[in-house]
Design a binder for this molecule. Sequence first.
Ligand code: NAP
Length: 310
Amino acid sequence: MSDEPIRLAVVGLGKIAADQHLPAIARDANFTLAATVSPNHAGVDGVSHYKTLDALLAGETAIDAVALCVPPQVRYDLAARSLSHGLHVFLEKPPGATLSEVAALVAQANASGATLFASWHSRYAAGVAPAKAWLAERTVRGATIAWREDVRVWHPGQAWIWEPGGLGVFDPGINALSIATHIMPQPIFLQSAKLFTPANRAAPIAADLTFRDIAGATITMDLDWRQTGPQSWDIAVETDQGTLSLAKGGAVLTLPGGEHRGDDGEYPRLYARFAQLVQQRASDVDTDPMRLVADAFLRGTRVTVERFDD
Ligand code: NAP
């Protein structure tokens, strides 16, 4: 790593920027927070703030990279503009609103030599790497995914999430798929899907999905945003040598031999990975989780359910 920290601008000062990005950047010596961009936010004390990315690019603040923490529907234009200025780009998940725009960004990054990082934060949860290593030596017989949370608690007033491209319940659900596509030893593909969409919304509030792996194991997925009380972000995988369970979004791993609880270092590990990619001038863009979601929208049966109001 060069001695000079990467001068980073965080674009989109919403929930995830405040909860995770700003604290992770503050603790990582590879980065310095050089600027922020957000149309309706006052910014961070002592850091240059701009209302738009164009204002930042036209301004005095020197930057090397951007972290785009905006809704997916506006991400492509911001990423393309950043790459065209030679900046390295960290994309929050999902990497875009469509697969074709992500492919266009990959081509642009490859041509420019800048780093493009499509981050999947759940892959950096503490239990995920040991789960992947354990499953690599076993035969999977089947798996279940239950991702049930209360949308009013986790996404209050986020209008974009209900709009086309906002993914609805797949906004958290894609995190489960980012883990599943990473830890399962065989490729998985969509077999069937049922999408439940409120009468007044464009995106689903719940979904039942079935996937298979290429060896024939079935993976079922229960996604629901109407959960009150205990929330679940759980994956269980049956193998020829017992059951693996990942709970709390990948943070807690239980194997037949016992439990593994790690730290809460998802975003610090994500930023360490971004720093490594920038140093190597490499990109890391895996669209497998997003392809499964796109397949659910392509193949799924639509069911209209009762209105949902925040
Ligand atoms: P959010 O709270 O709605 O924040 C999004 C922010 O983007 C808003 O604050 C808005 O700024 C800003 N923005 C919108 N258009 C912009 C533009 N053209 N230029 C600059 N800023 C713009 O959403 P979020 O929950 O942080 O989610 C953002 C992304 O992170 C989503 O893709 C989501 O899936 C992902 N994510 C979220 C979570 C989570 O727990 N919430 C976890 C992991 C990943 P103003 O407020 O200034 O208008």
